[in-house]
Design a protein around this ligand. Structure first.
Ligand SMILES: NC(=O)c1ccc[n+]([C@@H]2O[C@H](COP(=O)([O-])OP(=O)(O)OC[C@H]3O[C@@H](n4cnc5c(N)ncnc54)[C@H](OP(=O)(O)O)[C@@H]3O)[C@@H](O)[C@H]2O)c1
Length: 281
């Protein structure tokens, strides 16, 4: 492993095999950061290493498995030496769609574990490198938690597991933002609207595979599917989102919550009275 250049800033991105995580790694590498990106397969590790070059290093890690997160921390710690980690981006996520009644326990648990347990484990494990270890040199690092502009604030029908996981991430972020003040570690939520990534196909396939076509859920479910398709067609370009995440890492006074979206009206939805929103749904 090469030695750390004194001015080099190191960032860890979870879920870098595709979509938002992958594009973010690309932008960070091209901006001059050293990036550790987590993947879950050797194949993805090889592909990314080839694509991003020596400023990128992949780590095989499932965010829900503590022993793998600890191993990843050891690797990053070895590279950093006495320096701090500049930022941890808790991006890894999955999306579950469908009526609760037809959702398996495994689907629900996978959604919650990936987003909530994963964010907890990575945060807890990397905190010393971000600055709770006072012996390390450099300014405190930052934690950027990827939520969802609507999923983090509003409960949408047929997206209960996804919304529950994003609401939890928002609450967790708010708590630790306050808790970590003594160490100067800033915690920032980036809650995008729709971004065109493979997650949308997974989401739609997931709902369609459930067998409830002879139930009263079917018509409203299809309406939700159609509105998701509309959101997908009006996605924010992924590089614009990467720029917002980059800003949240670099700007001196970051916002508490960034909501990059192509659809400005989504920024207002959380302020609409709940009963009115019920009618809309
Ligand atoms: N796309 C959107 O419109 C949108 C909008 C708002 C928020 N978000 C959020 O943005 C984040 C990234 O989503 P995306 O759209 O880029 O989706 P994506 O293309 O499906 O990427 C998801 C990434 O998470 C990884 N991942 C899943 N489970 C994991 C686990 N247990 N451990 C480690 N990595 C895991 C995946 O790795 P594998 O390849 O190994 O599965 C993949 O790299 C998610 O948190 C998502 O909720 C997305």
């Amino acid at each position: 492993m090469e030695n750390l250049n004194k001015k080099e800033q190191v960032v860890l991105v979870t879920g870098s095999s595709s979509g938002i995580g992958k594009e973010l790694c690309r932008m960070l590498v091209s901006t001059g950061y050293k990036v550790f990106g987590t993947v879950r397969s050797k194949k993805d590790s090889a592909t990314l290493s080839k694509e991003f070059g020596s400023r990128f290093e992949s780590i095989i890690m499932d965010v829900t498995i503590e022993s793998q997160v600890l191993k990843a921390r050891n690797k990053v710690e070895k590279y950093l030496g006495s320096a701090k980690l500049c930022a941890l981006i808790n991006n890894a996520g999955v999306a579950t769609l469908g009526p609760v009644e037809y959702m398996t326990t495994t689907e629900f648990v996978t959604q919650i574990n990936t987003k909530v347990l994963g964010t907890f484990l990575c945060t807890k494990t990397f905190l010393p490198l971000l600055g709770t270890n006072r012996k390390l040199e450099g300014p405190p690092g930052r934690i950027i938690n990827i939520s969802s502009i609507l999923g983090g604030k509003i409960g949408s029908p047929f997206m209960s597991a996804y919304c529950a996981s994003k609401h939890a991430v928002e609450a967790f972020s708010e708590s630790i933002r306050r808790e970590l003040k003594p160490y100067g570690i800033k915690v920032i939520i980036v809650a995008p609207g729709s971004i065109s990534t493979p997650i949308w196909n997974t989401l739609k396939r997931h709902g369609r595979n459930m067998n409830f076509s002879d139930t009263e859920y079917y018509t409203p479910f299809n309406k939700i599917l159609r509105s998701l398709e509309k959101f997908d067609q009006n996605s924010l370009p992924i590089d614009k989102l990467s720029k917002v995440i980059l800003k949240s890492i670099e700007t001196k006074y970051p916002k508490i919550r960034y909501t990059p979206t192509n659809d400005f009206s989504q920024k207002l939805w959380p302020y609409i009275p709940k009963k009115l929103m019920d009618k809309f749904f």
